[in-house]
Structure formats: structure tokens, C-alpha cells
Design a binder for this molecule. Structure first.
Ligand code: PRX
Length: 660
């Protein structure tokens, strides 16, 4: 298993939930938590049916709760119908939140704009009417390639309203990545912006989409709708391209939403797996929305007065569930931020918490770690220089948070009074799975504590038997849950193979993470068990980067591994065999730059190897298998103590051990 599942964490500090918070919490105390778990265990479908009826508005009530007849293609509430967008918007107009602020948007340059639920509803209706007028129909796919903006939420919600399945592509992905997603989804429409503003810079977006469309095979795309964000000059294809403002001009601000089947695909979101091609994770509607809303109430203890801020980008699952859907379904006021945490300085997050009086703050360990560094270097950007007293809950997501970063976050951001919710989940799970509850769980730094009620998580061995406490194993979810992945878009075989392996019986969800439980039953995530890296909280397949490297004309062979990194969690290190001989130092630096730029162009800057090392060969077994385990040791500058007797070419380790 990757990343040393054997490295047992020893963490003895325990932080009980603050009494005042616990007294008023949506799940108040461990007894309340256990009561929900017991309810789910005693009557699994009854539990979920109750919540789905209480939480969502159904245009056609469901009778059937869980259909397991085609397992692992589980269906939830499958004879019910609802409209996801109406549940996020119209529902709040009906329940007295029409004039409540839905979104506080802070632009890169600090400009703030706000929309109420009534205004957001009007904007979504107008855009949905424009989409309908242009002939787009339920079930068709739409690529969204937009910066962090109110418009991104409007586009996603408008798609949901019409039953159009969206696929949001993170603005940092390249034309090539966009092209793959355009082809795989057979999208009929693409929505983009001229450029995005980040850290005071304009970063063009539309040109990447233009390039992607020019790569061919995208004939299904009928239109490109362009939101003018930066006032940038853009190339224009007459007849295909249309400005957002013109597209929706004259459209009414009301729209009667129609119900769609609970299983209707709400979105497809691509994520890296252990093979070369990213997987299109397909999510449904009813079950997904139920969980997005419930976890807002449970994990974040959401109250009407809260100002919620999730710093993720809408291009990732966190931005889908905890920006575009969950907060709106729960009627929250949320902050959406366009920029980066280090501009104009590394105090930006804290300044924004102070000025908007954020009460719940949700970010990634990478951001925390980099801000620790900055605030150590400059007291002016240290959280202590800001008033963060509005905060009551702080959360972490996307990668393991090391106990030191946890303690710093708890002390300096949470003022030692805010519970830290370390939420473990995945693109595939749709929402939180393992997490402390702020008003119930005593937290341990670095542990994501317990499964949420109804989530049947376990740690098992390779044959599916539960391992003893204190032992490492595979993290699995033994029973389906409403927000789970429904399919890999267009590839049901890959869905089954990736997540429901026959060795575990074919119906149990294999998360792909190693985990262990301690003597108090707390879960500790030990990192991926497959060839997936986590760089700054972004998932990246080693094979994905390798296949891009070998596609370069200079490269004969490549192996990519992850190396622990203080800031980004893991860093990409590539070992490369060139077609020509091993380059000298100067040339090597040049070729490394060429290859790094190439990876950036082919996938996106997040995939750029931090380091590239060249060798005549790669360490392989006699059967030709690359020994990545050894490469990991070498990349960390450690001495190889593992058995190298099965190596075809042990001398190669010395050559690869040299950093540039
Ligand atoms: O390895 C786990 C890690 O991120 C993976 C999921 O990545 P992605 O689908 O991009 O979703 C990220 C946002 C939910 C997991 O398989 N991961 C996520 N959260 C945690 C985590 N590892 C440790 N602790 C977490 N809280």
C-alpha cells in the first residue's frame, strides 16, 4: 500500500465540543448522534425515506426507497420526481428567505456584490429560459468552464432546473483536458468566460475552449455562451459564440420548474483514477441533493444566522456540494471568493472572515499549511492580526491534515473555541462520509472521527473481513447511500471494476484509501492505496501524468510517484528515460523545463512535476514491472534498504538518486 499504512499515528490529544455550541447543535451530543445511527441500523430504508421526505420537496412523491436489484447500480427514490433547482431556490422563496442574502461575492480586486434568494432565483430563471428558448433539452450535456462567480452558480442551477447534465471543468485545466471532457460527454453547449481574474492577473479562459473545440470531434457543440468577466478581447466564431448578456436578453425572470426523476443525472465530474484517463463520475439528483443539504445541517451545524464560506473552486466536488447545491438547499448565506488566498497578501482569508463575519469556514490543509508559512514570516498576515471572533466552526477537506497543521488551525483560526471538522469524502461519495460533528464529537487532531449516521463504513482486509482495531486496511462502505456515484459516464464496466471489486463481493464500495480505527473507534485515513496522488488536495493519477510524458517526442519511458511535501501534501516527481542518452546537467535542466511545460499544457499546471530526474532506465523487476516503491525511497533522498534482489538493474538506483 502506498504512503505507508504501517505508519501508525499516535495522537492522544482530545478536544471535546464546546458546551454552548453542543447545547444548541442540530445533532446535540453523542447520544443524539448514536440515536440517528441506531435508527439507520434498525430500519435502513425507513431512515433514509424519512429524511428524504422531511428535507426535500417532491413533485411526485417516491414509494420506493432503495432499489438494489441491479447492484452495484443502486437506485434511490427511483419512482419519485423533483426539481433540484426548485429545492435550492423556489423553496427558499416559499419559506420566508426571499430577501435573505444567498451569496456574498468577493471579487479578486476586493469588490463585493450580494444577491438575495429572490434575485438569484430571478437570474437562474432568466438563464434557464434562455437555455430552453435555444432548444436545449433535458438529458443533454453542458460543459461549464467558468471562474468562481455568481454566474457559475447560475449556470449550474439553470442546467439543473432544465434537467441538463452539467460537467464543470476547473479553470486551471488545459485545452486538452477540456477536449477530452467535451468528447466524453458529447456536450451540446459550452459556457465560459473571456478570462478569469486571479491574484491581480487576467488568465484567459475562452482561448482554451476555442482550442479544445478546434481539436475536432466536438460537432455536437451547438453554441458557446461567453460571460464577459475581464473585458478581454476574444476571438469570435460567428454563429457559434454568443455573449451571456445577449443570450439571456429579454428572457422572463420566472420559470415554472418541472420535476425530473430522482435518478436523473445531475452532473458528471471528472476525477483521476489509477489508469490514464480520468473517470466521469456520474451523480443523480434526489439522493445527491438530500445529502448535500443534510450534511450542511449536520457537519456544519448550519443555522439561519450563519455566514458559510467554503473556499473550494466550483470545478471540484467540494464546490459542487458545498457551494452550488448544499448551502442553497439549506437556505444559507454563503461567501463565494474569486481570487487566491495570497493576494493582495496572505492575510486575505482572515481579512475576509473579519469583514463578512463568516461563522463557518471550510478550507483545505494545503491552504492552511501555506498560510502557516506566510504568517510565520510576516505578523501582519497572521490570523492574530484579524478579528476572527465571528467563527464558530472550521473545517478541513481534501487530504489528510497533519496534527501540527490541525493544532495551528484550531489555535490561531479557531481561537481554541471552534470545533475542527476534518471531513473525509470523495468526488464519488457526493458529500461528507466520515467527520466529527461539531456539537457531539470530541476531536482528535488528524482523525476524521466517525461515519455520519446511515454511512456504514468499515476497515477490511483484502478478502473483505473487518480488521482489528489498530490495524491498517481498506476503507469500504458496506451499504449504499443516497449521494453515491451512480456510474462512470459511459463505462459501467469501469464503474464496477473500480469501486465494487469481486474480491469484496461486488456490492461493497471500495474507497481507494487505506485507513485504520483506533481503540476508541476513531477512523484515521492513511492515504491512497492505488496510484492516485493528492497534490494540494487535487487528485492526480500517476498514470495520467506518465502517459502525457511518454507522449512527448523526447521521452522513451516515464514513471511518476508522489513525494511527501510540507505545503502541497504530495509533490509529483517524474523519473524519465529519454530517447537520446542521459543529458548532462545543463541540458537536463532545459529538458526538464520543456517537459514540465508540456505536462502543464496537456493537463494543467497542477500536474506539473516538481522534479524530473533522468536515467538510462527505470528500476524494474525481471518481469518488467517498474518498482515504484524504490522510486519513492529514492525521491525522498533516503537510502534504499528494501530488498533489491528482484531488480533487473540495481545500479540504476544510484543514477536516479541524483537530484538535478
Ligand atoms: O485520499 C482521500 C483524500 O482525497 C481523496 C478524494 O479526492 P477527491 O475525489 O478529489 O475529493 C476531494 C474532496 C472531497 C480521498 O480518496 N481525502 C479527502 N478528504 C480527506 C482525504 N484524506 C484524508 N482526510 C480527509 N479529510
Amino acid at each position: 500500500m502506498a504512503n505507508g499504512i504501517e505508519s501508525v499515528l499516535v495522537e492522544t490529544r482530545v478536544f471535546p465540543p464546546p458546551a454552548a455550541l453542543a447545547a444548541k447543535a442540530n445533532i446535540a451530543g453523542m447520544d443524539a448522534y448514536r440515536a440517528l445511527c441506531t435508527e439507520a441500523e434498525r430500519d435502513f430504508t425507513g431512515f433514509w425515506a424519512r429524511l428524504a421526505r422531511e428535507q426535500l420537496q417532491w413533485t411526485r412523491p417516491f414509494e420506493q426507497v432503495l432499489d438494489e436489484s441491479q447492484a452495484p447500480f443502486y437506485k434511490w427514490f427511483a419512482d419519485g420526481e423533483l426539481n433540484v433547482s426548485a429545492n435550492c431556490l423556489d423553496a427558499n422563496l416559499q419559506n420566508g428567505r426571499a430577501d435573505k442574502t444567498a451569496i456574498i461575492f468577493e471579487a479578486d480586486d476586493g469588490t463585493v456584490s450580494r444577491v438575495t434568494y429572490r434575485e438569484l432565483h430571478a437570474r437562474v430563471c432568466r438563464f434557464a429560459n434562455a437555455l430552453a428558448a435555444a432548444g436545449y433539452q433535458a438529458g443533454e450535456r453542458v460543459i461549464i468552464y467558468l471562474p468562481m462567480s455568481i454566474e457559475a452558480v447560475v449556470a449550474m442551477q439553470a442546467c439543473a432546473r432544465l434537467g441538463l447534465t452539467h460537467s464543470v471543468v476547473f479553470g486551471g485545466f488545459s485545452a486538452k483536458s477540456l477536449h477530452e471532457r467535451l468528447l466524453d460527454t458529447q456536450a451540446v453547449l459550452a459556457i465560459t468566460a473571456d478570462a478569469q481574474m486571479r491574484g491581480g492577473r487576467r488568465i484567459p479562459l475562452k482561448p482554451a475552449l476555442d482550442d479544445a473545440l478546434a481539436m475536432g470531434g466536438c460537432e455536437a457543440v451547438r453554441q458557446v455562451v461567453v460571460y464577459r468577466r475581464a473585458g478581454e478581447d476574444v476571438a469570435w466564431t460567428e454563429g457559434r459564440d454568443t455573449w451571456w448578456s445577449e443570450f439571456e436578453q429579454g428572457q422572463p425572470e420566472t420559470h415554472q420548474a418541472q420535476g425530473f426523476n430522482a435518478e436523473h443525472p445531475l452532473f458528471i465530474l471528472y476525477t483521476s483514477g489509477s489508469t490514464g484517463k480520468p473517470k466521469g463520475v456520474q451523480h443523480g439528483s434526489g439522493g445527491y441533493l438530500l445529502w448535500a443539504k443534510l450534511t450542511m445541517q449536520w457537519t456544519f451545524d448550519l443555522k439561519d444566522e450563519d455566514i458559510f464560506w467554503c473556499t473550494a473552486d466550483v470545478g471540484w466536488i467540494t464546490g459542487h456540494t458545498y457551494i452550488a447545491y448544499g448551502p442553497l438547499a439549506a437556505g444559507a448565506t454563503q461567501i463565494i471568493f474569486e481570487g487566491v488566498p495570497t493576494y493582495p497578501d496572505a492575510g486575505r482569508f482572515w481579512r475576509m472572515i473579519q469583514s463578512h463575519k463568516a461563522t463557518v469556514f471550510y478550507t483545505a490543509p494545503t491552504a492552511i499549511r501555506s498560510l502557516i508559512k506566510s504568517s510565520e514570516a510576516d505578523a501582519k498576515v497572521h490570523p492574530a492580526s484579524f478579528d476572527l471572533s465571528s467563527l464558530r466552526i472550521i473545517g478541513s477537506v481534501g487530504e489528510p491534515i497533519n496534527p501540527e497543521a490541525w493544532m495551528w488551525y484550531h489555535k490561531n483560526v479557531g481561537g481554541e473555541r471552534c470545533p475542527v471538522v476534518d471531513t473525509w469524502w470523495q468526488t464519488e461519495t457526493g458529500g461528507h462520509m466520515l467527520t466529527p460533528l461539531p456539537g457531539a464529537t470530541a476531536t482528535k487532531p488528524g482523525s476524521c472521527a466517525f461515519p455520519l449516521p446511515g454511512i456504514m463504513a468499515a476497515v477490511v482486509d483484502e478478502t473483505g473481513n473487518e480488521v482489528e482495531r489498530g490495524q491498517g486496511g481498506l476503507l469500504v462502505i458496506k451499504r449504499p447511500w443516497p449521494a453515491m456515484i451512480r456510474n462512470v459516464w459511459g463505462d459501467p464496466e469501469r464503474f464496477k471494476k473500480s469501486y465494487f471489486p469481486p474480491e469484496l463481493g461486488g456490492t461493497i464500495y471500495l474507497a481507494g484509501d487505506g485507513a485504520q480505527r483506533d481503540a476508541d473507534d476513531y477512523f484515521w485515513i492513511m492515504g491512497r492505496i492505488d496510484d492516485v496522488l493528492n497534490v494540494s488536495g487535487h487528485r492526480l493519477g500517476t498514470m495520467e501524468v506518465e502517459s502525457v510524458l511518454v507522449a512527448h517526442e523526447l521521452v522513451a519511458e516515464a514513471a511518476v510517484i508522489g513525494r511527501p511535501d510540507d505545503v502541497t501534501g504530495e509533490a509529483v516527481v517524474a523519473f524519465v528515460v529519454l530517447k537520446q542518452s542521459v543529458p548532462g546537467d545543463e541540458e537536463a535542466a532545459q529538458v526538464a523545463k520543456t517537459l514540465r511545460d508540456w505536462v502543464s499544457k496537456e493537463i494543467g499546471p497542477i500536474a506539473k512535476p516538481k522534479e524530473i530526474r533522468f536515467g538510462e532506465n527505470l528500476p524494474k523487476t525481471r518481469s518488467g514491472k517498474i518498482m515504484r516503491r524504490l522510486l519513492r525511497t529514492v525521491a525522498q533522498g533516503q537510502e534504499v534498504t528494501q530488498d533489491t534482489s528482484t531488480l533487473e538493474n540495481p545500479a540504476i538506483l544510484q543514477q536516479l538518486g541524483k537530484a538535478l
